[in-house]
Design a protein around this ligand. Structure first.
Ligand code: 2RA
Length: 331
């Protein structure tokens, strides 16, 4: 049956991408109910050639959508996700608000959609840098069991939002405009994403540590991460060093990855073939390359993982969760 879909945060970078992905994947939409902050109420968004007026969150609940996909920040999710859920509306939330709540599902469909059922009313979409990493690691974990992960990220400014994209574009034109970051981002890198915690890590780094264990349902996996903002648009890149419990065969690793859902292997160094944000941009896959044994210690592999953080990192993963729920007749 065609569904009423509320998109909360419909005018933001991810919200706009969600509308694009819902259309691209022909999700069975009867009606879009776009929700944005009070200042945006009355604006219009377009979906499949039809215009829809932005409404308030309260009006959206009254319209009784089957599902509400949120990308409106943590405080809006904390306030409104429970109200939508109480009204019987399934919420898929892209903020970090509910991810580590033990009573809430944190889902990457390729890995743990099986935890979803009719009672799951608030579903958290993991952080973009976590999603692309676990999609690539999942087939290898099943075979060789991950012991420890060391990850360094190279994250697109689109992860911050429109203001950061504008700052980069302005800097490249030599225009001094509004700053999304404390420092210039063009011709620079900033080794801070989100705020610092007591342990010297940032929230972004701890998201990768904690969310990975929850999604893969294995608290024994040890993770350490360094997350860095770079002046790039197309997607996030990650250098991952993974130590397994068991030894592996490199050809078998490539075979497992090539067959894994949502993964594309681009790995031909002799012909300078490897994943890059410019090639991942606007695609839903997770691209993996630079596969090579870490010769400094046994059972350890180096990987390079690239994906469009607005798509599989956010909008596409959320829509895939909605597709899974709909396929099970749960919406
Ligand atoms: C970032 N992953 O890139 C965070 C939130 N999208 O800023």
């Amino acid at each position: 049956k065609d569904l009423k879909v509320a998109v909360v945060g419909a005018t933001g970078l991810v919200g706009t991408k969600m509308l694009q992905v819902l259309a691209e994947r022909n999700f069975p939409v009867a009606e879009i109910i776009p929700v944005a902050s009070e200042k945006s109420v009355g604006k219009e968004v377009e979906f499949k050639g039809k215009k829809y007026k932005v409404v308030s969150a309260a009006d959206a609940i009254a319209a009784k959508p089957n599902v509400a996909i949120f990308s409106a920040g943590g405080s809006t999710s904390l306030e409104w996700a429970p109200k939508f859920a109480e009204a019987g509306i399934t919420v898929i939330d892209n903020s970090s608000a509910w991810r580590m709540d033990p009573t809430k599902a944190l889902v990457v469909p390729e890995i743990n959609a099986d935890i979803l059922n009719a009672d799951t009313k608030i579903i958290a979409n993991p952080n973009c840098s976590t999603i692309q990493m676990v999609v690539a690691l999942n087939p290898l974990h099943a075979k060789y069991k991950i012991k420890r992960l060391v990850v360094s990220t190279y994250q697109s400014v689109t992860g911050t939002g429109v203001k950061a994209v504008t700052q980069l574009e302005n800097e490249r034109k030599g225009i001094q405009g509004e700053m999304a970051y404390k420092y210039p981002i063009d011709l620079n890198v900033i080794p801070q994403i989100d705020v610092f915690l007591e342990n010297g890590y940032t929230k972004e780094e701890m998201k990768m540590v904690n969310e990975t264990k929850k999604i893969m349902r294995d608290d024994s996996i040890r993770v350490t991460s360094t997350t860095v903002r770079i002046p790039v648009m197309g997607g996030h890149s990650e250098a991952v060093n993974v130590e397994f419990e068991k030894d592996f065969d490199l050809a078998e690793v490539k075979e497992l990855l090539s067959k894994a859902p949502g993964v594309v292997v681009v790995d031909d160094p002799a012909n300078a073939q490897y994943p890059m944000p410019k090639d991942a941009h606007e695609k839903d896959d997770v691209f993996v390359g630079r596969l090579r044994r870490d010769e400094s210690q046994p059972n350890t592999l180096n990987m390079w993982i690239v994906s469009d953080n607005l798509r599989k990192g956010a909008a596409t993963n959320a829509v895939q969760i909605a597709e899974y729920l709909n396929g099970k007749g749960l919406l």
